[in-house]
Ligand binder design. Structure first.
Ligand SMILES: CC(=O)N[C@H]1[C@@H](OP(=O)(O)OP(=O)(O)OC[C@H]2O[C@@H](n3ccc(=O)[nH]c3=O)[C@H](O)[C@@H]2O)O[C@H](CO)[C@@H](O)[C@@H]1O
Ligand SMILES: C=C(OP(=O)(O)O)C(=O)O
Length: 440
C-alpha cells in the first residue's frame, strides 16, 4: 500500500534541521571503494534510498558493507569482489542513476559489468550516450541487452583524450572512476566541476590517485596500478539545504539548516538575498528566514556549476509564486523540468510555460519542442489540492506549496522524496508542520 500525506497548510515552518552527506556524492564515493585493495570508511552518510540501492548492488558483487549502528558510517571492503547474478542486479532496474558509474570500477575489480536500466528523476530524456562513448574511448566493449548493458575490456582500460559535448556531472564521474586505475594518462576536456565532483576527486586522491584540475574545465589523470582504501567524511548536501531555505520563504518561516556550507552554495545565497530572503551564515550552518514584507521577483537561469544549480530551481519556483511581480526562470540543464508546475497552477499559482529560451545563456533546448522557460506572476494565494509526486525535487516543491496553502492537500507517491531527503517527515514534524502520514 502506498502512503498518503495529508497536509493542513498555513503553518510557518520554524526550527532546526540537519543535512548530512550529499546524495550526489555519497553513492559515488561508495562505488569508488570498489577501486581500492583494502577497506574504505565513509562518514556523514544519510539514510536515503540511493545509499540503500548502492549498498545492495555492492553486496551483490561481494563487497562487504557494514554500517556503524550509532554513527551510520559505512565500512566498505572490496577484497572479495566477484561477479553477480544478472537477475539479482536487474531487480534494481529503474531505482537510481548510480549503477552506470559501476562500469569502470567493476571492470577494474572483476573484468566486466552488467548494468540494469537506470532510474532517477524523469525530468528529461537523460540519455547515457556520453557515458558509453567515454567507456569505449577507454577501450571498453559495450553491448546493449534487452534489460541493460554488458561491458567488458578484454585489453584492460587505457587512458584517453576525451572531450565532453556538455559538462555532464555523471560523464565526468565516469571518466574519473575509470581513469584512475587505467593504464596511462587521461585528459578530459569540458568537464563538470560541481563541488560533489571535487569531493569525489578528494576521495580518489586519498586512495592514491593522481588527478589535476586546470582552470579551463580540463582534468588530467595519471593512471596508477593500485589504490588504497580511504577515510572520508562526505560534503554536506547543498541541494537539500537549498530546499529547506526555499521552504522557509514559502511558508513565511525560519529554519536553521545545520550542516549547510556557505562555500558550496554561494550562487544560491546571492539569489536568495535578491529575492528578499533573510539569512545568517554561521560556521555550523545557515539560518534561512522570511523577513516579513514583500519578496522580489527574479530573472534566473539554471546552469552547470558555478551557475544556479538545476536542483535548486523547483523549490525556488514555489517561493517565486509568492514574490511581488513577474519572474522568469530559464531551465538550461534539463529539457523537461517544469512538469511539476501543473500542480502549482491547480493550487492557484500563475505560471506560464514557453518553448522559447527566455534568457541569455545559449541553451540546447531552444527552437525545439521543450517547455523549458517559465513565467511566474505573483504573489498568488495557494489552495490545498490532491497531488501525486512526480519526481524528487518536484515532490519536495509540492510539499512546501501544500504546507503554505490554505486548506488540506493529500499527497501521494512521497516515497520518491526519500531518494534525496533523509527522514523528511520527521524533519517536517520537528519544524511544526501539521500533517498525518497514513498507509506506511
Ligand atoms: C546522482 C546525481 O549526481 N545527480 C545529479 C547529476 O545528474 P546527472 O549526472 O545524470 O546529470 P548530467 O550532468 O549528466 O546531465 C546534464 C545534461 O546532460 C545530458 N546528458 C548527460 C549524460 C549523457 O550521457 N548524455 C546527455 O545528453 C542530460 O540529459 C542533461 O541534459 O547532475 C545533475 C546536474 O547537475 C543534477 O541535476 C543531478 O541531481
Ligand atoms: C535530478 C536529481 O537526481 P537524480 O540525478 O538522482 O535523478 C536531483 O537530485 O534533483
Amino acid at each position: 500500500m502506498s502512503s498518503v500525506l495529508t497536509i493542513r497548510g498555513g503553518v510557518p515552518l520554524s526550527g532546526r534541521v540537519t543535512v548530512r552527506g550529499a546524495k550526489n556524492l555519497v553513492p559515488k564515493a561508495m562505488v569508488a571503494a570498489l577501486l581500492g585493495s583494502e577497506p574504505s570508511v565513509l562518514r556523514n552518510v544519510p539514510e536515503i534510498k540511493d545509499v540503500e540501492v548502492v549498498t545492495s548492488l555492492l553486496q551483490l558483487h561481494g563487497v562487504s558493507v557494514e554500517k556503524d549502528p550509532v554513527t551510520g558510517d559505512l565500512t566498505l571492503d572490496p577484497s572479495n569482489a566477484t561477479k553477480a547474478s544478472h537477475t539479482e542486479i536487474d531487480a534494481h532496474a529503474g531505482d537510481s542513476r548510480i549503477p552506470i558509474l559501476l562500469c569502470g570500477p567493476l571492470i577494474h575489480a572483476i573484468g566486466a559489468a552488467f548494468i540494469p536500466d537506470l532510474g532517477g528523476c524523469r525530468i528529461g530524456d537523460r540519455p547515457i550516450d556520453f557515458h558509453l562513448r567515454v567507456l569505449r574511448e577507454f577501450g571498453a566493449v559495450v553491448e546493449k541487452t534487452s534489460n541493460g548493458i554488458h561491458i567488458s575490456a578484454p585489453e584492460g582500460l587505457k587512458g584517453a583524450r576525451i572531450t565532453l559535448d556538455y559538462p555532464s556531472v555523471g560523464a565526468t564521474e565516469q571518466v574519473l572512476l575509470s581513469a584512475t586505475r587505467a593504464e596511462g594518462i587521461t585528459e578530459l576536456r569540458g568537464a563538470a566541476m560541481e563541488p560533489e565532483i571535487v569531493d569525489l576527486i578528494a576521495v580518489l586522491q586519498k586512495m592514491g590517485a593522481i588527478i589535476g584540475i586546470q582552470t579551463d574545465r580540463t582534468i588530467r589523470i595519471e593512471g596508477v596500478a593500485e589504490l588504497r582504501g580511504y577515510d572520508h567524511s562526505a560534503l554536506p548536501d547543498r541541494n537539500e539545504a537549498a530546499s529547506w531555505a526555499s521552504a522557509a520563504l514559502v511558508t513565511q518561516g525560519d529554519i536553521f539548516v545545520a550542516g549547510a556550507a556557505q562555500h558550496d552554495m554561494m550562487t544560491f545565497l546571492n539569489t536568495y538575498r535578491k529575492v528578499g530572503g533573510g539569512m545568517d551564515i554561521m560556521d555550523d550552518g545557515i539560518r534561512f528566514y522570511h523577513p516579513g514584507g514583500k519578496l522580489n521577483p527574479l530573472v534566473l537561469e539554471t546552469d552547470v556549476h558555478p551557475g544556479f544549480m538545476t536542483d535548486w530551481q523547483q523549490p525556488l519556483v514555489v517561493a517565486l509564486t509568492q514574490a511581488d511581480g513577474v519572474s522568469i526562470v530559464h531551465e538550461t540543464v534539463y529539457e523537461n523540468r517544469f512538469g511539476f508546475t501543473q500542480a502549482l497552477s491547480r493550487m492557484g499559482a500563475g505560471i506560464q510555460l514557453h518553448r522559447e529560451c527566455l534568457g541569455s545563456v545559449p541553451c540546447r533546448f531552444g527552437q525545439r519542442n521543450f517547455l523549458h522557460s517559465a513565467v511566474i506572476s505573483g504573489p498568488t494565494r495557494l489552495t490545498g489540492t490532491d497531488i501525486d509526486v512526480p519526481d524528487l525535487r518536484g515532490g519536495f516543491s509540492h510539499l512546501i506549496a501544500a504546507l503554505a496553502a490554505t486548506g488540506v492537500s493529500r499527497v501521494t507517491g512521497t516515497e520518491v522524496i526519500q531518494r534525496g531527503y533523509e527522514r523528511f517527515t520527521d524533519k517536517l514534524a520537528g519544524l511544526g508542520a501539521d500533517f498525518d502520514l497514513t498507509g506506511v
